[in-house]
Design a protein around this ligand. Structure first.
Ligand code: GLA
Length: 394
């Protein structure tokens, strides 16, 4: 069952009573968390390594069965309802939040063979949307669990993560990797999760007491994010195509070592070489970071986070002025072990590992210096490492 944070319990109980008011029946409630990624950025779709953490903000869904074959969903964030026909013969996305609900229903029924029941759903999220904290994975995972629960079915968490990625890739049309739904499904309180995105083997690494995860939302959403994300994927594939001519065992950038790249990288076009160098060195950093976390060596982890940010900025070119400023401000503050951009980039948020005692001063300084530098008021979220998706007991 969901470990009850005070806010989580209040949200779930409010959702139950709102559900009663809207639909006139009792409901079950599930919650799926958002995430930050400590290190391992743009490596998941290269079969590499990532180290995400589930966070307290997430998506809650209240659900109860309907007699017909419809899903009737109401989003409290958008103050809007939507209807999905479970028997629709040619389901199509509409560029609407309900695509995430419909996509999961399609994947569960058509790809995984589940027989779903109709349902009323009430959805609420306290994750800022489009801020690099995986609000889309959270709604997908919560929808998947809620629809299965409502239909009397269960699912293996790795399978659910794969179906959520499938929904994004095949239904919604975003070519994202497995990291976000995987951590939302499998996160553990107090732990980061080190995931091998090829085998999907993972291990949980305890985050030492005494540090908080502090998320700084730049409040910037860059319009080019989706297009540039797809371009980076294509550049990585091009790198694989070229390098595999010399190194036939290379199926993904995961298979390229730093030595391989030193040796054969000079034949690559400059931009492809830089993208490959980020991915290849980032994979090494994630493994080093796992070793550092295992020894509770936060100083070493912090150094790797700083190197990761520089690599994302200079080689992968997915940072932006606001993210760089946010990281620079954090790096000057006492009690900060590590700071870097997190998620896809081009805006969104940074993740900071901050000594608990230093958090109030950190918040004050980030707000004042970031506002001075950009004219924008950042959003700061302090979180512990939270549980993965769960039913929430009444
Ligand atoms: C987004 C995608 C993930 C991952 C990150 C970058 O969050 O959803 O799959 O590729 O970007 O690490």
């Amino acid at each position: 069952m969901e470990a009850k944070t005070a806010t989580g319990a209040i949200i779930a109980s409010k959702l139950r009573s709102d559900f009663r008011e809207r639909y006139g029946t009792e409901a079950k409630v599930v919650r799926a968390p958002g995430r930050v990624n400590l290190i391992g950025e743009h490596t998941d779709y290269n079969d590499g390594f990532v180290m995400p953490v589930a966070i307290e903000p997430g998506v809650w869904i209240a659900i109860a069965p309907r007699a017909d074959r419809k899903l009737r969903a109401y989003s409290q964030n958008f103050s809007e309802s939507a209807e999905v026909d479970l028997d629709e013969s040619h389901p199509r996305p509409h560029g609407h939040w309900s695509d995430y609900v419909q996509g999961l229903a399609v994947m569960l029924q058509k790809n995984a063979g589940y027989q779903l029941r109709g349902a009323n759903l009430l959805i609420f999220g306290d994750l800022p949307i489009g801020s690099g904290l995986s609000s889309s994975a959270a709604i997908e995972v919560a929808t998947g669990l809620a629809l299965l629960e409502n239909s009397g079915s269960t699912i293996n968490r790795v399978e659910l993560a794969k179906l959520c990625r499938g929904s994004e890739n095949e239904f919604v049309g975003a070519h994202v990797g497995i990291m976000d739904p995987f951590i939302s499904c499998n996160g553990r309180a107090g732990h980061a999760l080190m995931l091998d995105c090829r085998s999907l083997d993972y291990r949980l690494l305890p985050i030492p007491d005494g540090v908080d995860l502090v998320i700084c939302n730049t409040m910037v959403k860059h319009a080019l994010a989706t297009g540039e994300y797809n371009t980076r994927r294509a550049e990585c594939e091009e790198g694989v195509r070229r390098l595999s001519q010399r190194l036939p065992h290379v199926l993904a950038l995961r298979d390229v070592s730093v030595e391989d790249l030193d040796r054969y990288g000079k034949d690559l076009p400059e931009n492809i070489y830089k993208r490959c160098r980020h991915v290849v060195t980032e994979n090494v950093r994630v493994r080093d970071a796992a070793a550092a976390l295992e020894k509770a060596d936060l100083a070493a982890l912090g150094r790797l986070m700083a190197e990761s940010h520089v690599s994302l900025k200079d080689d992968y070119e997915v940072s932006c002025l606001e993210l760089d400023l946010m990281v620079d401000i954090a790096a000057q503050i006492d009690g900060v072990y590590g700071a870097r951009m997190t998620g896809g980039g081009f805006g969104g948020s940074t993740v900071n590992l901050v000594d608990k005692k230093a958090v109030p001063d950190f918040q004050r300084r980030v707000v004042s210096e970031y506002e001075k530098g950009t004219g924008l008021m950042p959003q700061i979220i302090v979180s512990t490492a939270a549980e993965g998706a769960r039913d929430v007991e009444a």
